[in-house]
Ligand binder design. Structure first.
Ligand code: NAD
Length: 281
């Protein structure tokens, strides 16, 4: 069984991106700039944003964090986004989620200029992705896609089962696999026989949020299994896949932690660079 090393894949991607940023600097005499808006003092968001900023600077990007207290008015945030949209020195804008209850998440997402939407959440990017056009793609499914392609470069005709249909993970993952000519089944909490669906798959991507949901006898031999889940349990952090069982049958499997997680931030950097490159065309 191939243990898919997400840390190594992310480090390799960051190395490639670092070289690309250096080339862009030579060509345009400037580097891509990622601007993050962080609202409130929730510990996980603070940690995510610190890691994003650190990784951005490591590959040579400019990174700025704009902080607001939890009580900030929605209109202040929207005005700031509009200002950043107009600012040519800003390549990518990310508003760290979740937001306080009084701020409308959808309004925030739709205010970001789609060409600077490094999270790929704007309806324009969602539509472009599903139409097969160039777009920003949400970072976690993009990371999963790159890991799958490392194991199996030609996905044409493969049967893929995506477990979970969130806008963040399941739906964009489905679109990426469709683009690669997979036959994709998207499953969710109302799916009648999830085990039977999974048993058909050459590729399984689990993004559910239920610890160790996908069992060894749900997976046929030779399947590539990507575990997006991050679940806190009494025995520590586990994924949505029963690692001990599935590792005995799968062709390749991502561990949790150390699989998909490290790829997410690296893909955010990739998206920022791609937004910059498109803006220079
Ligand atoms: P979500 O709660 O938005 O969506 C979960 C999906 O799972 C839903 O579509 C639901 O229909 C489906 N589902 C629920 N119960 C099910 C069942 N019994 N059988 C089949 N499907 C079922 O979750 P999300 O935001 O997509 O996150 C999923 C997991 O991925 C979570 O554990 C989250 O922490 C993790 N996550 C990891 C990363 C990363 O970087 N690795 C990033 C984002 C989310």
């Amino acid at each position: 069984m191939i243990l898919i090393d997400g840390k190594k894949a992310a480090a390799d991607l960051r190395e490639d991106l670092k070289k690309e940023v250096a080339e862009l600097k030579t060509k345009y005499n400037k580097v891509p700039n990622l601007t993050v808006i962080l609202i409130g003092d929730m510990a996980p968001s603070q940690i995510y944003v610190r890691n994003k900023e650190k990784s951005a600077i490591e590959v040579g990007l400019k990174s700025e964090v704009i902080r607001y207290p939890n009580s900030v008015q929605e209109k202040v945030v929207l005005e700031k986004i509009k200002e950043l949209n107009q600012d040519d020195s800003v390549s990518g804008i990310l508003v760290q989620l979740p937001l306080p209850k009084h701020i409308d998440k959808q309004k925030v997402i739709e205010t970001i200029d789609p060409s600077k939407d490094v999270d790929g959440f704007h309806p324009m990017n969602v539509g472009n992705l599903s139409s097969g056009y160039e777009s920003s793609v949400p970072c976690t499914p993009l990371g999963c896609y790159l890991l799958i392609k490392k194991i199996e470069p030609n996905l044409s005709g493969k049967k893929a089962v995506v477990v979970g249909r969130s806008n963040l993970n399941g739906k964009p993952m489905t679109q990426l696999l469709l683009k690669e000519n997979c036959t994709v089944t998207i499953t969710h909490s109302r799916t009648k026989d999830l085990k039977a669906e999974c048993l058909e798959a050459d590729i399984i991507v689990a993004a559910v949020g239920i610890p160790e949901l996908v069992k060894g006898d749900w997976v046929k031999e030779g399947t590539i299994v990507i575990d997006v889940g991050i679940n806190k349990t009494d025995k520590g952090i586990v994924g949505d896949v029963d690692f001990d069982q599935v590792s005995k049958v799968a062709k390749a499997l991502t561990p949790v932690p150390g699989g998909v997680g490290p790829m997410t931030i690296a893909c955010l950097l990739k998206n920022t660079i791609d937004c910059f490159k498109r803006s220079q065309k």
